[in-house]
Design a protein around this ligand. Structure first.
Ligand SMILES: Cc1cc2nc3c(=O)[nH]c(=O)nc-3n(C[C@H](O)[C@H](O)[C@H](O)COP(=O)(O)O)c2cc1C
Length: 353
């Protein structure tokens, strides 16, 4: 007769995982790390690994004020829904007979070598999610070698972040300057605290391209324009010497009727991808979404709310858990889709549902 373990048996420690786990391991190893910890020691992950449930879980621990600022309905629920629908409309076409030696997610964006094509986008006032705020997010990013973009609306200063995560690759998110140009002191501080690139948030209605020349003069590193949704603006950005664009619909600031950003991405990548770095920064929630954005022409994605929800649920460890879960999903998606190199993904690797 088969031997059945009694229900109250204490868990037997499993033999060491055959897969490498821990820092430096392939990202997909996070799955086996969670499995081994759970089966061997009864240790569960800090919170859910179902990234689609993150927002509701965060909603339960956030204050009313924080919920107003950080949850989907805060900015524009319609724009968030449009982003989700536009991404979900694309399904993966798996390939066959592809030799896949290693699991390399690295990429290079505007001179920055990234361990995976994922960047922590600028999100202001993160202390609403957790008192550690941006210090925790920047540390979690640095631990994984991911680039973190510091918002000019941050709750914690550039200097605090630099002290907490000295080695972390960092960009600075600057609001589109007024007619008087950018604040030189702010840019000097960004430079001095290790920021290498500027990410300009899009102009508010009525603002012009004029301040860009002063930005260029005050900043000798690459400059990227965020919030781009249309091809003419992307072309003009290239013509005016910007180094990259982030395709994003600005959390619905431009009204509830805006399209899902994934619909705009292939057109923009087609038009300027040869001249500019094209990043995608709206609505990425899962590894499948990362895959979709790469196939539609992005070199890398920016995530915003998901890591801030992780911050709310578990401070630095919470941000790390969200990022490792997202990277594991991305790696597993690339692997099981049979793709040799994520940098070769093309729109034909997807099909409209
Ligand atoms: C609460 C909040 C604050 C944000 N603050 C900034 C900011 O200061 N500067 C900026 O360029 N983008 C800001 N963003 C935009 C994010 O960087 C990101 O583009 C946007 O949230 C879409 O990504 P997501 O769907 O992953 O959240 C903010 C977003 C949120 C939700």
């Amino acid at each position: 007769a088969p031997r059945v373990a009694p229900l109250d048996a204490t868990p037997v420690p499993l033999p060491p995982s055959p897969l490498p786990v821990g820092p430096g391991a392939p990202f997909g190893a996070y799955q086996s790390e969670i499995y081994v910890a759970g089966m061997g020691a009864g240790i569960e992950p800090i919170f859910t690994t179902d990234l689609s449930r993150l927002e509701s879980a965060a909603g339960e621990v956030l204050s009313e004020d924080a919920r107003r600022h950080l949850l989907a309905w805060a900015g524009g629920a319609a724009a968030v829904r449009a982003n989700a629908r536009a991404l979900a409309a694309w399904r993966i076409v798996p390939r066959m007979f592809v030799d896949r030696g290693d699991r390399d997610l690295t990429t290079t964006v505007l001179g920055v070598t990234m361990p995976a094509p994922v960047v922590l986008g600028p999100v202001g006032r993160q202390a609403l999610a957790h008192p550690d705020g941006e210090v925790a997010s920047a540390r979690a990013a640095a631990g994984l070698g991911l680039t973190y973009v510091h918002s000019s609306q941050a709750s914690r200063s550039l200097e605090e972040v630099a002290v907490a995560a000295p080695a972390g690759p960092r960009w600075f998110g600057l609001d589109w300057p007024g007619a008087q140009g950018p604040d030189p002191v702010l840019l000097t501080r960004a430079r001095a605290t290790g920021c290498t690139h500027l990410l300009l948030s899009p102009p508010r209605p009525g603002q012009t391209w004029a301040p860009l020349a002063a930005v260029r003069q005050a900043w000798d590193g690459p400059v990227v324009l965020g919030g781009v949704q249309d091809v003419p603006t992307a072309r003009e950005a290239a013509r005016r010497g910007l180094d990259g664009v982030v395709v994003s619909n600005e959390r619905g600031r431009r009204g509830p009727g805006v399209g899902g950003t994934a619909d705009a991405l292939p057109r923009i990548a087609d038009a300027v991808g040869g001249r500019l770095a094209v990043l995608f920064g709206s609505g990425v929630r899962t590894g499948t979404d990362v895959y979709r954005a790469l196939a539609l022409g992005a070199q890398a994605v920016l995530v915003g709310r998901p890591y801030v929800h992780g911050l709310a649920l578990g401070a630095e460890a919470g941000v790390r858990h969200v990022l490792r879960t997202l990277l594991a999903e991305t790696e597993i998606t690339v692997t099981i889709a049979g793709v040799g190199d994520h940098r070769d993904l093309e729109p034909s690797d997807l099909v409209r549902a």
